[in-house]
Design a protein around this ligand. Structure first.
Ligand SMILES: CCCCCCCCCCCCC/C=C/[C@@H](O)[C@H](COP(=O)(O)O)NC(=O)CCCCCCCCCCCCCCC
Ligand SMILES: Nc1ncnc2c1ncn2[C@@H]1O[C@H](COP(=O)(O)OP(=O)(O)O)[C@@H](O)[C@H]1O
Ligand SMILES: [Ca+2]
Length: 562
């Protein structure tokens, strides 16, 4: 690791023990000084003036030289000075110091920072250092504040939309109790709008919101609420740049504002697949530290008319029918999907149609890969494009949807399908932690088209169950998966139904087996079954960093093991 010039180094008191505390431009470390090396209590300690060497104790946990901890400056949330009498100057949170210590170390400051706990969960932790002198205390506070102010990717002013009816209807409470105090602690100001009806947030973003004053937009709700924000922001970016959304071939202009999701919905798949968990505090902390994760967006058209954007799942057949059935059961909360899922599984309808698709032949990954899209994903950093010697610049340019038509032939498949799913990302969610397409990428400019052909109920159940286990859900004779840049679907009526209809049994056949399903587009029903879809590489950005690798996560949770 490159040596960083030291900014501060002092011996400070923490929980009645003396620690050597060091700060450079990237890291804050504190290491307990063994009892035999401690100076006499009450002596005054000044910042060291010797040259800095990266502290050896970073490599150790607990040993002869005592416990050591380190925190990346980029994960410090805030610093505040405590009053001499024990109360904080900044936020009125009162913290009493033991009488004995106030005499020798009467000044103190508290650093709030990100701590990693189990399963990708982040928490806000506090550490309070006591100082022998007021000037030293102020120097620490001042220096850390300057460090934080230099982190330009952090948002200062956010626009927040809360859906009070999402998921278990806890959005308002979650925001007020868990998120707002963290934003206040990190000195982030907010304008909060509690939505009054569906599409309130979308329409406000499209027409009214003065976006220039914000560093990001946050939604408190589920995937549907996130979809509203995407529609509002993408529409606005196209309008401001004179781009026609109705043309399926048009290259769309990316949104500049980042989007944060505080999960309070039913599926929370966007949040789960970009952060690794649906936890409001974790998401709030990713927003505060100013993370950035680009994401692909699919545009959906019918007859050259724009219908919707999709970020997670576009599903015809099974997932379309589950959603259509669940709409009337919103009162059941998130359980409506299990109920409707079970019912739809029993009805076991298949649908006939033609799927044509443009394979992404020039990509780095395939849907069968064992590697996963994780924080700092190599494939997404290169927009999913293969790096070739002939065109070294290729990987730097986002693929244009319209250009792709020239890259190769379209595949055409006609058949009877139980499900046609396009997953632009893994769609990992609490129901299926690996998701619909475990190797899909968040920002590679492709979507994984999964075709599940007509099969027995038993086989379909085996396929569904594999979403919850380690077994490969694609390794079944009736399932195929293609990584694509564009696709089209045209429904057609089953031959057997046509026969029935011609024989005057139309009503009977429609009740028994409807000819068409509907598309589930990120939890919204589309009004048409015939659609054309194109992927727009990295059209939006989220306040997230992708799922952190478990090993990295463990190292960071226990930095002494690094
Ligand atoms: C038998 C167990 C089968 C488990 C299969 C689970 C696969 C789950 C993949 C889910 C991908 C979800 C992609 C995200 C979609 C969301 O955009 C979208 C909107 O979310 P929001 O309401 O939070 O705004 N959500 C959805 O469309 C919900 C889809 C959920 C489908 C759940 C299906 C459960 C199936 C249960 C079948 C049970 C069969 C049992 C037979 C004995
Ligand atoms: N105030 C509101 N009243 C009714 N519906 C709303 C309101 N605000 C947002 N919605 C809509 O509620 C739907 C579901 O919201 P979402 O937050 O995704 O929760 P869930 O995950 O439970 O579906 C979205 O389609 C959104 O447009
Ligand atoms: Ca993708």
């Amino acid at each position: 690791m490159e040596k960083q010039p030291r900014l501060l180094a002092s011996q400070l008191l923490l929980k009645n023990r003396v620690f050597e505390v060091l700060l450079n431009r990237v890291i804050l470390t504190w290491k307990e000084i063994p009892a035999n090396k401690k100076r006499v209590s009450g002596s005054i300690h000044h910042p060291f003036k010797v040259g800095f060497c990266f502290p050896k104790f970073l490599h150790r946990g607990k040993g002869e030289s005592g416990t050591s901890h380190s925190v990346s400056v980029s994960e410090i949330l805030a610093v505040r000075e405590l009053d001499v009498d024990g109360g904080t100057k900044d936020d009125g949170r009162w913290q009493k110091m033991p009488q004995k210590l106030t005499e020798a170390y009467p000044y103190a400051f508290t650093v709030s920072y990100v701590e990693r706990v189990r399963q990708h969960r982040w928490r806000c932790s506090d550490v309070t250092f006591h100082c022998p002198e007021g000037a030293l205390c102020q120097q620490w506070v001042q220096t850390i504040r300057e460090q934080l102010a230099a982190l330009t990717s952090r948002p200062k002013h956010l626009l927040v939309y809360i859906n009070p009816y999402g998921g278990k209807q806890q959005g308002k409470r979650i925001y007020e109790q868990k998120v707002a105090p963290l934003f206040a602690c990190a000195s982030i100001s907010t304008d909060v709008i509690v939505t009054e009806h569906a599409n309130h947030a979308r329409d406000h973003l499209r027409t009214e919101a003065e976006l220039k004053q914000y560093d990001g937009v946050v939604c408190v709700g589920g995937d549907g609420m996130f979809s509203e924000i995407v529609h509002g922001l993408v529409f606005r970016a196209q309008k401001d740049n004179g781009v026609d959304q109705n043309s399926p071939e048009e290259k769309l202009v990316p949104c500049t504002l980042r989007i944060g999701i505080i999960p309070a919905g039913s599926t929370d798949c966007i949040c789960y697949a970009t952060v690794g968990i649906n936890d409001p505090v974790t998401s709030a902390l990713h927003i505060i530290v100013g993370d950035s994760q680009p994401m692909d967006v699919c545009s959906v058209h019918h007859n050259n008319t724009f219908l919707r954007y999709s970020v997670s799942l576009l599903g015809y057949g099974f997932y379309g029918d589950v959603l259509a059935d669940s709409v009337r059961k919103r009162w059941m909360g998130p359980a409506r999907y299990d109920f409707s899922g079970f019912k739809t599984f029993l009805t076991h309808h298949h649908y006939e149609g033609v799927v044509s698709f443009l394979p992404a032949t020039d990509t780095l990954g395939t849907p069968g890969d064992q590697t996963r899209c994780r924080a700092g994903c190599f494939i997404c950093q290169h927009d999913g494009q293969l790096y070739t010697e002939d065109s070294p610049e290729k990987c730097k340019t986002a693929p244009d949807v319209s250009d792709s038509e020239n890259e190769g032939g379209w595949g055409v498949i006609r058949g009877k399908f139980l499900a046609i799913n396009a997953a632009s990302m893994s769609c990992a969610c609490p129901r299926s932690p690996k998701g619909l397409s475990p190797a899909a990428h968040l920002a590679d400019g492709t979507t994984d088209l999964i075709l599940v052909r007509k099969c027995s109920r038993f086989n379909f159940l085996r396929h569904l169950l594999r979403h919850t286990s380690k077994d490969d859900q694609f390794d079944m004779t009736f399932v195929e998966v293609h990584r694509v840049r564009r696709f089209r679907f045209t429904p057609c009526q089953n031959d057997s139904e046509l026969d029935l209809r011609e024989n005057g049994k139309q009503l009977f056949s429609q009740i028994c087996h409807p000819a068409y399903s509907s598309w589930n587009c990120d939890g919204e029903i589309l009004p048409h079954a015939a659609i054309e879809v194109g992927v727009h590489c990295q059209l939006i950005k989220l306040f997230a960093r992708g799922i952190e690798e478990q090993s990295l996560f463990e190292d960071l949770a226990h930095p002494c093991a690094l």
